[in-house]
Design a protein around this ligand. Structure first.
Ligand code: HEM
Length: 522
């Protein structure tokens, strides 16, 4: 018996060894420089990441340090070859001009049909169909109606801030920004009004934290599962790995289903994401007109050839509503609160620039109690400040794409084969001397129109047709938060405010040791 068990273990080990190492000659055969791999973790940067020593971002930064002058090189994650593109022109080709070769991202093939239908998880024509259908969800007219829900939450946030100014307590902006973001999504997204500032333990919040696997709500076992689903999808599917905790999925699906049924039956409208998604689902024409409010959006134009009318696809409206609403939750919750943390950290570090932001807010708001959508659009210095925060501190240092048809890298004889992953390294583009007036300092004037900023240099929301679909909504929430934070208060450094925000290796959208600061009354 012992012999049989030993034989089985050996066979499994040999199989894993073969699967992991079979492509180790990949880059050598292509003549592309690469970071040498070793079993089982792959290249040294990948090994450090898997062992929890460095973050996902640092994994890419370390790789680039090895080949700072190469436009294209490779490394291995386990047995998976990863191309790195570290060149602005090539980056533009992969993300925008030659997008048809790189339409997909890494997907998580799970046992969960709702997660499998997330926009983030769709590929090829299915993705294009859904992206086109959702493209109107955050159009200005719709956003303006949603802004009222976020504004209400902003006022709760202001009361909370006032209470902290009185006691002089330190706050962790990642946590507080999370409360603001969550209540906004609850209201503008799910039609539910909660006040997490008063009642942080409310069921909606606990379930939301469980759903996204926020720090403290995700075990090491969950991280291992996620890792398998991302790097060995066949194993992930075989083990029936689910990305989301079933009780949280059921909780939100139930809310969405009931709300959907009630609204269908009563005709009730609240101008929130539920209404807008259903409207978009119903109004979808084969080719919807695309509207662009910036160059960033123009670069995201979708080639709509071959698209069907959504009603011909046979997809179920209720499932589409649930998966898209949850995908927005996933895409928007931790990212927006991390974005707010980055901004507030900079406000605390640069009080004189904070005064300029405040000055603009108070001039534009005047005596008005509420911040109107139009007033928010007028806040141009705030826009510049936010862009500069995201240029200097980005959540991601590289954007990932999957090559969907063999791609000959221009001016070389190297072909990126179909099926390979490519990391477009964006970090260096943000600090290139010729891209910004003052690239090495924190200076919102870098984004002043007269300084001709390189729109490609702020990659926080990605680039090209697969960029962040929620950017306008995220910026709206962030701007409302800044207005209610600063109009009567100021953010100041506290003993625990870090000089530099360091990403937590265990969670790429959280920061090591929090983002602490204090609030003072103006
Ligand atoms: C500050 C906040 C946010 C940041 C920094 C952020 C960042 C990003 C980034 C970097 C990507 C990948 C882009 C690429 O690969 O080129 C992305 C995609 C995405 N984001 Fe956001 N995001 C934010 C807020 C939101 C919000 C509020 C929503 C929804 C309401 C959202 C929904 C999505 C979705 C669905 C995708 C996938 C798009 C696709 O695959 O077509 N994000 N986001």
């Amino acid at each position: 018996m012992l012999f049989e068990i030993g034989l089985l273990v050996l066979t499994i080990f040999l199989y894993i060894y073969y699967e992991v190492t079979k492509q180790y000659g990949f880059f050598k055969d292509l003549g592309v420089p690469f970071l040498k791999p070793s079993f089982p973790f792959g290249s040294e940067n990948g090994k450090k990441m898997f062992l929890g020593k460095i973050s996902l971002q640092a994994c890419n930064v370390e790789a680039v340090k090895e080949f700072p002058k190469e436009k294209v090189f490779g490394y291995f994650l386990l047995g998976q070859p990863i191309f790195v593109i570290n060149n602005e022109e090539l980056a533009k080709k992969v993300l925008i001009k030659d997008f048809e070769y790189f339409t997909d991202r890494r997907t998580f093939d799970t046992a969960d049909p709702i997660a499998n239908a997330f926009l983030t998880n769709l590929t090829g024509m299915e993705w294009k169909q859904m992206r086109s259908m959702l493209s109107g969800v955050f159009a200005s007219g719709k956003l303006k109606l949603m802004a009222k829900h976020v504004d209400k939450v902003g006022k709760n946030f202001e009361k909370y801030v006032a209470s902290k100014a009185k006691t002089g307590e330190e706050i962790d902006m990642k946590v507080v920004g999370g409360l603001m973001t969550l209540d906004s999504i609850a209201s503008a997204g799910f039609g539910i009004e909660v006040d997490s500032f008063k009642e942080p333990e409310n069921t909606f919040r606990i379930m939301a934290l469980t759903l996204v696997g926020a720090p403290g709500y995700r075990s090491s076992l969950d991280n291992i599962k996620l890792f398998f689903a991302a790097t060995l999808p066949k194993v992930g599917k075989f083990l029936k790995i689910s990305l989301m905790k079933p009780q949280a999925v059921n909780f939100f699906s139930d809310i969405l289903r009931k709300t959907y049924k009630r609204r269908m039956a009563t005709g009730e409208k609240r101008n929130d994401i539920i209404d807008v998604i259903v409207e978009e689902l119903r109004s979808t024409k084969t080719k919807k007109p695309q509207t662009f409010e910036s160059d960033f959006e123009k670069d995201a134009a979708l080639d709509t050839s071959g698209l069907k009318d959504i009603r011909e696809t046979g997809l179920d409206e209720e499932i589409l509503l649930i998966s898209n609403a949850l995908a927005f939750f996933f895409g928007g919750f931790e990212t927006t609160s991390s974005g707010m943390s980055i901004i507030c950290h900079k406000l605390a570090l640069y009080p004189e620039l904070q005064d300029k932001v405040f000055q603009e807010i108070s001039e534009i708001l005047g005596e008005s109690e509420d911040a109107s959508f139009e007033q928010l659009q007028e806040m141009k210095y705030l826009d510049m400040f936010i862009s500069e925060c995201f240029r200097v501190t980005s959540l991601l240092v590289a954007l990932e794409r999957k090559c969907v048809k063999d791609y000959l890298i221009p001016n070389t004889d190297v072909i990126i084969p179909k099926g390979c992953f490519v990391k477009v390294y964006t970090n260096d583009i943000s600090v290139r001397e010729d891209n910004f007036k003052n690239p090495n300092d924190f200076d919102p004037e870098n984004f002043a129109p007269e300084n001709n900023p390189n729109k490609f240099g702020m990659m926080m929301f990605g680039q090209g047709p697969r960029n962040c679909i929620g950017m306008r909504y995220a910026l709206l929430t962030i701007k409302i938060t800044m207005v209610y934070l600063l109009r009567n208060h100021r953010v100041v450094r506290s003993g625990k405010t870090p000089d530099v925000l360091e990403v937590d290796p265990a969670n790429f959208i959280a920061f090591k040791n929090g983002v602490f600061m204090k609030i003072e009354k103006r």
